[in-house]
Write a protein that binds this ligand. Structure first.
Ligand SMILES: Cc1cc2nc3c(=O)[nH]c(=O)nc-3n(C[C@H](O)[C@H](O)[C@H](O)COP(=O)(O)OP(=O)(O)OC[C@H]3O[C@@H](n4cnc5c(N)ncnc54)[C@H](O)[C@@H]3O)c2cc1C
Length: 478
C-alpha cells in the first residue's frame, strides 16, 4: 500500500495554486488548428467575433475530455475557462492524488448515484465508457493506474497534476484552443447555433457544451454559472445543495478527540423516524463528523436530523448487557473503564484508531473515547462495575449501540466535494447528453443533477458523460 500524504483540503487548493504549474496559463494554449480557416466576424457591438464549430464552457475533466474526443480534422474547437489555468478542481481531487475511478463491475456504479434514478440516467454513459476504458485511456498515454484501499483507483504517481497534464497536452496536440481567464457571461441562442459572450470577447459556434461543474469549492471556478445558463436556455434546475460534505453537530462532545476514526461503522439517520442506514468509515473532526461513511450519507441529511453512531452493533445490545452483568458478578471491583477497553471482539463493530497518534491501541474502543461516552452517559469514569446501577447500564448501552447526535448544519459549499441537484436530467437525452429542449446544446459532468458517492464515481461520471456527448458531437460536426 502506498502512503498517502494527508493535506488539509482547505490548504490544498492554495498549495496547488502556488506551485509551478505545468499546465499552461492564459493565452499559452491559444493555438489554432493547422489548416483551419480563420473566421472572424464583427458582432453587433462592432467587436471582432470568432467562429468555432464547437465551444465548450469549462475546462474541468468533463469539458477537456469532451473536447479531446470531439475533435475531427479541420474542425475548430474552443474551450472557455474562467480561471487562469484548466482543471483547478481536478488538481485537488482525492487530496491531490486524484481518485479517478473505482474498480469493479460498471453495473455496480449505478447504485452509487443515489436513489432518484440518476444511476439509470447515467447508464448509457457509464456503459459506453467504463472504468476500464478510462484506465486504458490514461495507460495508453503513459500513465498507469493503481488500486488502493477500498478499490479506489488512482494514478500510480498519486499526482492529480499528471492526469491534468495528459488532458491538456492532448488538447494541445489536437489543436484545441483553450482560452483561460475567459469567464463566460452570456450564452444566447441564435438561428444556427450559439453566441457566447465573455470578458475577453464574443464567440459563436454551431454546437455548445456546458461543462461548468457544480458550485462546491467555488475558489476552483465552479460557482454554479452553468445552472444560470441552462435555466436561461429553458432548462429546469432541481434543488441545489452541498453534498459529500462533513456535518456540524450541535453541542458536539468529541472536539478533543478530533482525528479519531472508525472503520465500517453503522450510521443511522433519523428525521422523526429512521430514514436510512449506512455503513462506512467515520472520522471525528473538531466540530462534527466526516469520513467517507458520513460524506456519502450527507446527500440525504438536512439540518435538524439526528445521526446515530453504533460503536457496538444494535443487534448486540442484549449480548452487551449480558456481558456487563456477568463480569460485574464475577469481579465487581473491576474498573468500568478498563473493562470497556477490553470489549470482546464479538461486540465491537468499529475499530477505532487515532490519526494523530502512531501508537496502535490494543483495544477496540480507545480510553479517551470510552471516557467521553461515560461522561455523556452521566457515569463517573472511575466507577467500579459493582457500582453500576441498572439505569446507568441502560444509558451506557444505549449510547454505545446508538449515540444520538443532532446535525446543526452541513458543511457549506466550501467544504462539500460536490453539488446535489443541477440540470434536470429528464430534459437531457441520456444516450447523447444533448438537451431535449435546445438543439445543439450538450450538458456534461457535475452541472447535471447527478451526484455520486466518494470513491471515484464523480470523476468517472464526468469523463463518461464527456465521452458520450463527444461521440454524438462528432456525428453532428460532419
Ligand atoms: C476537494 C474535492 C475533492 C474531490 N475528490 C474527488 C475524487 O477523488 N474522486 C472523484 O471522483 N471526485 C472527486 N471530487 C469531485 C470531482 O472533482 C468533480 O465531480 C469533477 O471535477 C466535476 O468535473 P466537471 O468537469 O463537471 O466540473 P469542474 O471540475 O468543476 O470544472 C468546471 C470548470 O468550469 C469552469 N467554469 C465555471 N463557470 C465558468 C464560466 N462562467 N466560464 C468559463 N468557465 C467556467 C470552472 O472554472 C472549472 O474549471 C472532488 C471534489 C472536491 C471539491
Amino acid at each position: 500500500m502506498i502512503a498517502i500524504r494527508v493535506v488539509p483540503l482547505a490548504n490544498l487548493h492554495k498549495e496547488i495554486c502556488s506551485k509551478r504549474q505545468d499546465v499552461p496559463e492564459a493565452g499559452e494554449m491559444d493555438t489554432h488548428l493547422p489548416g483551419a480557416k480563420d473566421s472572424h466576424h464583427k458582432s453587433h457591438d462592432g467587436r471582432l467575433m470568432e467562429n468555432y464549430d464547437l465551444i465548450i464552457v469549462g475546462a474541468g475533466p468533463s469539458g477537456l475530455f469532451c473536447a479531446i474526443n470531439s475533435m475531427q480534422k479541420g474542425k475548430k474547437i474552443l474551450i472557455l475557462e474562467k480561471k487562469n489555468s484548466p482543471g483547478h478542481k481536478l488538481l485537488i481531487s482525492g487530496s491531490g492524488h486524484c481518485n479517478i475511478t473505482h474498480d469493479g463491475n460498471i453495473q455496480d456504479f449505478l447504485d452509487h448515484f443515489g436513489d432518484k434514478g440518476h444511476g439509470r440516467f447515467l447508464r448509457p454513459a457509464l456503459f459506453g465508457f467504463k472504468n476500464s476504458d478510462l484506465i486504458y485511456f490514461f495507460k495508453s498515454l503513459g500513465l498507469n493506474m493503481i488500486r488502493e484501499k477500498g478499490d479506489k483507483i488512482f494514478p500510480e504517481t498519486l499526482q492529480a497534476r499528471d492526469v491534468l497534464n495528459i488532458l491538456t497536452s492532448q488538447c494541445r496536440a489536437l489543436g484545441i484552443v483553450i482560452k483561460c481567464n475567459h469567464a463566460v457571461r452570456s450564452i444566447t441562442r441564435k438561428e444556427e447555433g450559439f453566441l457566447v459572450g465573455c470578458e475577453g470577447g464574443s464567440y459563436s459556434s454551431r454546437l455548445l457544451v456546458i461543462a461548468t461543474g457544480g458550485c462546491s469549492y467555488p475558489a476552483t471556478g465552479s460557482t454554479g454559472d452553468g445552472y444560470r445558463f441552462a435555466s436561461l436556455l429553458g432548462h429546469r434546475i432541481t434543488e441545489i445543495g452541498p453534498a459529500l460534505t462533513p456535518l456540524l453537530i450541535k453541542d458536539y462532545p468529541f472536539s478533543e478527540l478530533a482525528g479519531l476514526s472508525f472503520s465500517d461503522m453503522k450510521i443511522s439517520l433519523y428525521r422523526h423516524a429512521k430514514i436510512r442506514e449506512h455503513r462506512g468509515d467515520v472520522l471525528l473532526t473538531h466540530q462534527g463528523l466526516s469520513g467517507p461513511g458520513i460524506l456519502d450519507l450527507s446527500r440525504y441529511i438536512r439540518a435538524g436530523d439526528v445521526v446515530k453512531l453504533s460503536f457496538v452493533p444494535e443487534d448486540k445490545r442484549e449480548a452487551l448487557e449480558e456481558w456487563l452483568i456477568d463480569v460485574a458478578r464475577l469481579d465487581g471491583r473491576r474498573s468500568l473503564m478498563s473493562m470497556l477497553a477490553d470489549l470482546p471482539r464479538f461486540l465491537a463493530s468499529s475499530v477505532s484508531s487515532s490519526v494523530s497518534s502512531s501508537v496502535s491501541l490494543p483495544t477496540y474502543l480507545s480510553f479517551r473515547l470510552i471516557k467521553r461516552i461515560l461522561e455523556i452517559s452521566g457515569i463517573a469514569s472511575e466507577l467500579h462495575l459493582g457500582q453500576l446501577t441498572r439505569e446507568m447500564r441502560n444509558r451506557l448501552i444505549g449510547n454505545l449501540t446508538g449515540l444520538s447526535l443532532v446535525v446543526s448544519d452541513l458543511g457549506g459549499n466550501n467544504q462539500a466535494m460536490i453539488t446535489r441537484g443541477g440540470v434536470d436530467t429528464r430534459e437531457v437525452n441520456p444516450k447523447t447528453m444533448q438537451s431535449k429542449l435546445v438543439k445543439g446544446l450538450y450538458l456534461v459532468g457535475e452541472v447535471l443533477d447527478v451526484d455520486g458517492d466518494t470513491g471515484g464515481y464523480n470523476l468517472q461520471a464526468a469523463f463518461s458523460t464527456g465521452m458520450l456527448a463527444a461521440r454524438n458531437i462528432r456525428n453532428n460536426l460532419d
